[in-house]
Design a protein. Sequence first.
Length: 529
Amino acid sequence: MEPLLKQRRTNQDIFFSEDDARGVRQPHNDPLVIALTIEGFNTKRILVDNGSSTDIMYLSAFQQLKLGPGRLRPFESPLVSFSGDRVYPKGIVTLKVTIGAYPKQQTRHLDFLVVDCPSSYNVIIGRPTLNQWKATTSTYYLKIKFPTKDGVGEQAFAWTDECEAAFQELKRYLGSSPILSPSKAGESLYLYLAASATAVSAALIREEDKKQLPVYYVSQAFQGAEARYPRIEKIVFALIMASRKLRPYFEAHPILVMTDQPIRKSMNKPEAAGRMVQWAIELSQFDIEYHPRTAINAQALADFIAEFTLPEDDDDKKEAEYEGILTGLRLGKALGIKNLLIQSDSKLAIGQIREEYEAKEERMQKYLKLIKYLACGFDKLDFVRILRNQNAVADEVAKMASSDEEPMNSEILMEIQKHPSIEEVPVFSVQNRGGWMEPIVSYLQDGHLPRDSAEARKIKARAARFTILNDTLYKRGFSLPYLKCLDEEEAKYVLHEIHEGIYGDHAGPRSLIMADSSTARDLETSARG
C-alpha cells in the first residue's frame, strides 16, 4: 500500500491556527457576531447562526437602512421557534451584501425574511448564505473564512476604538453608585428585567434630556422550584416581583417594559402554565406596555444586580446536617456510650455548635438548644469538622436512603423521619381509631390501605365520598352540606339527645321518628361497612 502524499496548501485552503486566536479572550462562550456592508451601509450586530435555516433581518434594522416597504415581497409561511411560537414575517427582501475587505471579499444578493419582534441583533445569517459563501465558521476563534478569487477572505468581530470607548463608559457606569432620580407625576417609566441562575432583578428608569436616570432597582433570589423555571417564566417572574415591590410606581405611572422576550405572547398562549395565567391576571390591573429593548446601560444595570444577588442559604440542607448530628447523639445515647466523637463535613453546623459562628435563624437556634440538651447525657462529647472526601461512607448511606431502590446491603437499618426534630408532631384528633372510620382516615391522611386487594379497592371507593376538615372526618355529597362523621359513642349520644326531646320544636313527631330511624340505619350501615 502506497503512503498518502502530503498535499501542498494553496491560497484557497481554509484552516484555522492559533494565529487566529489573537485578540480573543479564552475561555469564552461568546456568539459569532460580525459586521457586513448591506446596501452600502456598514451594518453591525450580525449574528452568524449555523443552526438557522433562513436569513433574517429585523424590522428595526430594515427601517434604519431606509428601505421602502415597496421592496418587500409577500411571504406567507410562519417562522416557528423552539418554544413553538409562530412569527409571521412582514415579507421577503433581496439586498446587496458584501463580506470581507478588498480585494478578498464577496458581494452577493441575498434574500432576507423581515420580522417584527424584539432582538439584540440586526440580522441573523443562517445556512443559506453560509452555503452561498462556501464559508467555514469557528466559534472558538470567533471568525468566519470564505474563498475568493484573490485568496481566502475572513471576517471576525473587530474590537474597535468605538467599542473600547463604549466598554469603558459602561464600566464607569457600573462602577459608580447610581443616584436615584425621583419620578414626576404622569410620566412614563421604563422597566428593564434580568434573570440569572440564582436571582431576578428589575431596574426602573426615567428619561430626561435624552438621559436615562435610575428611579429604583430591586432584586430577589430564587427559592425552591423558582430556579427551575424556563427563562421566559423567569423574566415574567421578575416583572411580577417588580410590580409587587414597586406597586406605588406601577399604580401612578405608565410602565414601558423593555425586553427581548415575547412576554405578552407567552402569557396569552392557551397552553401557558397556570402560574403564567395567574401572573397575567395580576398584571392586568396596571398600565403596562411591552417594547423591544434598545438602550444597553439600563439593561446592564439590571443584569449587574441579578448577577450579584446571592442565593439564600438552603435551609433544608442545613436542617439535614443538624438532623444527622441529632441522629448520632440519639444512637449513642441508646447504646449507652459515654464518650462520643461526632464528625461532620458541615462547616456551618459544627461552627455553630462550637459557638464559633452565631446562629441567627430561629430554627437553627432550636436545633442548637436540642443538641445541647442531648449532649448532657455524655461524659465526653466532641464535634469535629472533616473534609467531604473523608465523609464518603455517610454520604453513600444518605444517597441510598434518598433513592427509591432497595439497599444492596441488608445489614443497613434505615429509619424514615417524616417530621423535623424541633417540631411537635400534631396528633390527629379523630377518636376511636379502631372503629369504622379508621381505614378511611388512615387512607386519606397517610395513604395506607389493607393488604387485601379487594378490601383496598373497597376503602378507596368509600374514601372518595369523605374528606378531612380541621382534623375531623366529614361525608360529602353533591348538593348537601358536609356531614360530620361520628363514632359509636358519639352516635349513641346524638340518638339519646333526640329521644330526650331537645329537638322536639324543630319537627313533628312523625317526621322526627322517621329521621331518627334513618339516622340509625345509616350509622348501622357505616359500622358494618
